[in-house]
Design a binder for this molecule. Structure first.
Ligand SMILES: Nc1ncnc2c1ncn2[C@@H]1O[C@H](COP(=O)(O)OP(=O)(O)OP(=O)(O)O)[C@@H](O)[C@H]1O
Ligand SMILES: [Mg+2]
Length: 323
């Protein structure tokens, strides 16, 4: 049998050159969030009783799964539940006002209230924008609080630090490869979203599906093989298989089958299906796209010319993949 013309080193080199957020930029991003956090901590220390409790870096840069195309940073601000305005529509302006108080060094207009469920702190020129999402907190252990979903405004009982711990555990079990494979699949999803704005495949879903497969012993160290394995799993399962983890609760805590098209449970809270908002239509589109990717990878495997193999891989990784 002929040797495949595109193999692991080609995918790894592409990831390094095109997909991954370079480590120096990731460091700058973390420092930017740290500065905000330190300022908030100082303000809290000087103003006991302040309504904001703490700030945690929550998104892909915190998890080490950020892409080069990253356009904003995610932070969660824990807020005292009893201090929050009753009406939902008052929450964002209220949070923006508190953040302005804590950051007198920034201009008031840098705190953008135009998004429905988060405050965007804009750092034009000096860094990436920071999306601040509130977590309504009543002092529960393990930082469990109600995260307001940035996109939908839904209140989700969860714990950001435990999510970070969950991902760190998987990264530790597969140094480099877990995060790299997550980034490659996120990259694939971004290509699909660029082609079809209705395509849904959020990063946290990708991370949990890959964590599930890694926990079951699948190897991630060869990226060509790992991608084929992941897409084939999505096709075979049709995403109809329930995905859950026993890090923080036993399987017995999970609900009876729900009517959701996809069931991927928050590792922290068995009542939170993180894919609850996906319709049957969304699921089918996701499975079809995975099928197309799996077929392309398998065709590339047997391609007899490099040009054809590259063409196949471009279906998965986009036109910037040149082999
Ligand atoms: N449905 C959800 N339930 C609980 N927590 C969630 C949910 N969606 C997102 N989160 C939390 O928000 C964090 C960031 O969300 P998500 O993973 O989708 O974006 P990201 O990692 O910042 O990726 P990127 O911005 O690169 O797309 C997650 O790590 C998780 O802690
Ligand atoms: Mg993000």
């Amino acid at each position: 049998m002929a040797i495949p013309l595109i193999t692991h080193p080609d995918i790894a080199a592409f990831a390094q050159a095109r997909v991954n957020l370079p480590s120096d930029r990731a460091k700058e991003c973390r420092e930017q969030v740290n500065r905000l956090r330190e300022r908030l901590e100082t303000h809290i220390a000087e103003n006991p009783g302040f309504a904001l409790v703490k700030m945690l870096h929550a998104g892909s840069v915190a998890k080490g799964t950020g892409l080069r195309t990253l356009n904003d940073l995610d932070v969660a601000v824990y807020v005292k539940k009893e201090a929050v305005p009753i009406r939902d529509q008052d929450l964002v302006p209220w949070l923006a006002a508190r953040l302005r108080e804590a950051n007198p060094n920034l201009k008031p207009e840098q705190f953008d209230e135009s998004q429905p469920h988060c405050v965007k702190i804009s750092f034009r020129g000096s860094g990436l924008d920071v999306d601040v999402v509130p977590v309504l907190y009543e002092g529960a252990p393990n930082d469990l609080g109600y995260l307001i979903d940035k996109d939908t405004g839904t209140r989700l009982l969860t714990s950001i630090p435990r999510h970070l711990e969950f991902i760190r555990k998987r990264k530790k079990a597969r140094p480099d490869h877990f995060a790299q494979v997550v980034r490659l699949v996120k990259w694939w999803a971004d290509q699909r979203k660029a082609a079809n704005p209705n395509f849904k495949c959020k990063s946290f879903l990708i991370e949990l599906v890959i964590a599930y497969l890694a926990d079951r012993g699948h190897d991630l160290s060869d990226y060509r093989h790992a991608l084929e394995m992941i897409f084939s799993y999505i096709v075979k399962s049709g995403l109809e298989e329930r995905i859950a983890f026993s890090d923080y609760y036993p399987a017995s805590k999970l609900p009876a089958p729900t009517r959701s098209a996809i069931e991927v449970f928050d590792p922290v809270n068995p009542a939170n299906n993180i894919a609850e908002k996906y319709s049957f239509f969304d699921r089918d589109a996701l499975v079809r796209a995975a099928e197309e990717a799996a077929d392309a990878i398998s065709e590339a495997h047997y391609a007899t010319t490099k040009a054809r193999a590259v063409e196949c891989w471009q279906i998965v990784l986009g036109l910037s993949f040149r082999g």
